[in-house]
Design a protein around this ligand. Structure first.
Ligand code: PEP
Ligand code: MN
Length: 279
């Protein structure tokens, strides 16, 4: 049986629209924001920084899948309220994680794109429910998922009738803790060859280190990723979660500047916008 995710001779590559950001189109898609929504002020400052860089999609978890049940679990409903205010004030689109069908119901009116995190890539009931919606799904590769399992997870959403799936390579677990995960760039190239779905890269979770996010972003764009989703925070070292990998606004400006010529060289330029690298 031919999977819906797979490329066929006659099927054009899919473009998934998250607000004003087209993922899988002719231009490189950029999404950024903190690991977790912590306060309105944090999100508003982040939103302003993104806008000044031409980025139209903000991320941030309100439901956080933490390794320890004693770690910060996200603001939940209060976080949704913050996102609604940010959307009202800035018009940015929101991508954020849901871990259950209950989250999906709570966040349906607030999130523009539902992220399925690595730990839930094979939460099949959640995937089926997302398949019944018509909003974009950003599906992250499981911590130790094969590429075939990743494609099948996407198939769960597609087979229920929702064609708006974005694949996200975020690194896979290996034996070396110095790089949090192993960024599998070959999977990006292979997924682009095998499927018609947009493929983006999360260099933040893939590396776990601020200093590796820029070089790996450049590599991801060079290998043919349709976009990047990166963690950024107004005060990176104060991030409640994933502080070590959070970029500052200046780092993010540098990332955009460094990625721009590579994106142009591989034929997927940044959207034309007025960039200003001042904060
Ligand atoms: C996240 O995006 O904040 C996150 C938890 O990512 P992942 O599921 O890739 O670990
Ligand atoms: Mn994170």
């Amino acid at each position: 049986m031919q999977l819906l995710a797979l490329k066929t001779e006659h099927l054009a590559a899919s473009t998934v629209h998250v607000g004003a950001t087209a993922v899988g189109g002719p231009e490189l898609a950029l999404m950024a924001g903190p690991c977790a929504v912590e306060s309105f002020e944090q999100m508003r400052r982040t939103a302003d920084a993104l806008i000044s860089l031409g980025i139209r999609c903000i991320r941030g978890g309100v439901y956080k899948p933490r390794t320890s049940p004693y770690s910060f679990q996200g603001l939940g409903e209060a976080g949704l309220e913050i996102f609604r205010a940010i959307k009202r004030e800035t018009g940015l689109a929101v991508v954020s994680e849901v871990m259950s069908v209950t989250h999906l119901e709570q966040a349906a009116d607030t999130f523009d794109c539902f992220q399925v995190g690595s730990r839930n890539m094979q939460n099949f009931e959640l995937l089926k429910e997302l398949g019944k919606m018509r909003k974009p799904v950003l599906l992250k590769r499981g911590l130790a998922a094969t590429i075939e399992e990743f494609i099948n997870a996407a198939e769960y959403v597609l087979s229920e009738g929702n064609p708006h799936v974005i694949l996200c390579e975020r690194g896979i677990r290996s034996f070396d803790p110095l790089t949090r995960n192993v960024l599998d760039l070959a999977s990006v190239a292979l997924l682009k060859q095998m499927t018609h779905l947009p493929v983006i890269v999360d260099p933040s979770h893939a590396t776990g280190k601020r200093s590796l996010v820029l070089p790996c972003s450049r590599a991801a764009v060079a290998v043919g990723a349709d976009g990047l989703i990166v963690e950024v925070h107004p005060e990176p070292e104060k991030s409640v979660s994933d502080a070590a990998q959070a970029l500052s606004f200046d780092d993010l400006a540098q990332l955009v500047a460094e990625v721009e010529p590579i994106a142009a060289a591989v034929g997927k330029p940044l959207p034309q916008a007025e960039y200003s690298f001042e904060f």
